[in-house]
Write a protein that binds this ligand. Sequence first.
Ligand code: HEC
Length: 439
Amino acid sequence: MKLTRTLAALLAFGLVSTFAAPGYAENGAEAAVTYYKDVLPIMQDNCQTCHRPSGANISGLVAPMSFMDYRETRPWARAIASKVESREMPPWFASAPKGVFENERGLTDAEIDTILSWVAAGAPAGDMAHAPPARRFAEDANDGWSLGTPDLVVKMPEPFLVEDDIYDLNITFYRELTEDILPEDTWVKGWEFRVGDNAITHHMCSSMIEPGAFIPEGAVEDEGADTAGSQLLSCVAEGGEPDMLPEGFGVLLETGSSISFNMHYHKEPAEGSSVWSDPEIAFWVADEPVEHQVINDTLYNRGFEIPPNHPNYRVGSSRVLEKDTLVLTLWPHAHLRAVAARYTAFYPDGTEELLLDVPHYDQSWQVTYKYKEPKLLPKGTRIDVDFWYDNTAERASRRSFDPNRFVGYGPRTDDEMSLGFIGYAEVDEPAAMPTTDND
Ligand code: HEC
């Protein structure tokens, strides 16, 4: 059997800790690698956004264990070594491209080595005087909102009681933006969801529905957030993050439009398990002038049927761009059977470019890939979005679904989806286009 670095680290850990007091080498000098000096800075930059006390509103990102200080971190040392060595933590699922997405996560080889050496040395604390100042989070100072103090907060018409007997419920509520909520059409540059401090909200998706479009009376079950005449704002699930658009870009929020709250609740039914759900969506108004209207759109395929027990079934969709387009975000969305996702651009000159490759798709991590610089795709470019699905008993045993049936498009966790979300602005005036890095 191959002796992995973790195993080596653990063996060393066992040996070293028998004769070295934590934090100090044998001769009393401070150990080479310590928590305060070397490891805490890495954890502040790469782990603490998710690994901090629950209750923080971080849109579903919060991890079940907090790594804010030595006391909290030390018991997890071995798990940390193994998760960083395997590159499972920090989570990031795109194998390509590298360096183009603003929210890309990952440790350098040097950072991984530092963590492994630290664990190998018995995970010593070291001298607290070497610690960097504690990391501050924007939401600590802004009433729980990470993007700052919002200009507008929209709620459902009333809080919803998720009753004792509810196990799995997908339900959509609607709120019209009447004149007293939104007196005039407004360009917004950012939005953030707050689902409340409860563990029962599996996901929340929200769309803007244009004025005059049909809005059901009351709440509707098993209806996605994406009804006709609607535009998705975002979704939060594990891995979701708030959105702030670059300077000059905005989304138009119209008076008389409606906001949908598509909620997926999931809990163990029991007496006394009822929870009130009162989600909020905050908006930040854009600084004028807004040059680029952002549309959140979807390339989708709803006409598929994945055969029972098929190990690698592909579902694709594609679109040809009618105008020069600046792409801001990509978000591949599918369910339990999806194992890989890919976006590819086929340019009018015959060349092609891999826009996003997610070779190990994981439904529980819904990541929106955000370009650092808007990506220019010229008019006539064809975008293909492909998903691959594994509908076998082997995967079903780990993800719990029924592999013995045809699976098509649907909102339930046991249905499938094949949605290639894309946030973009069409460019009418080529002269006004910002230059991008990749030109
Ligand atoms: C985007 C959010 C996020 C970031 C960033 C993140 N984690 Fe996690 N981490 C999670 C979540 C959520 C879980 C629990 C679910 C899971 O295990 O997949 C988790 C679980 C873990 C676990 C526990 C695994 C187990 O054995 O149960 C370890 C250890 C861990 N993370 C280490 C790290 C380290 C070290 C970093 C930084 C280098 C990091 N994580 C960054 C979200 C994050």
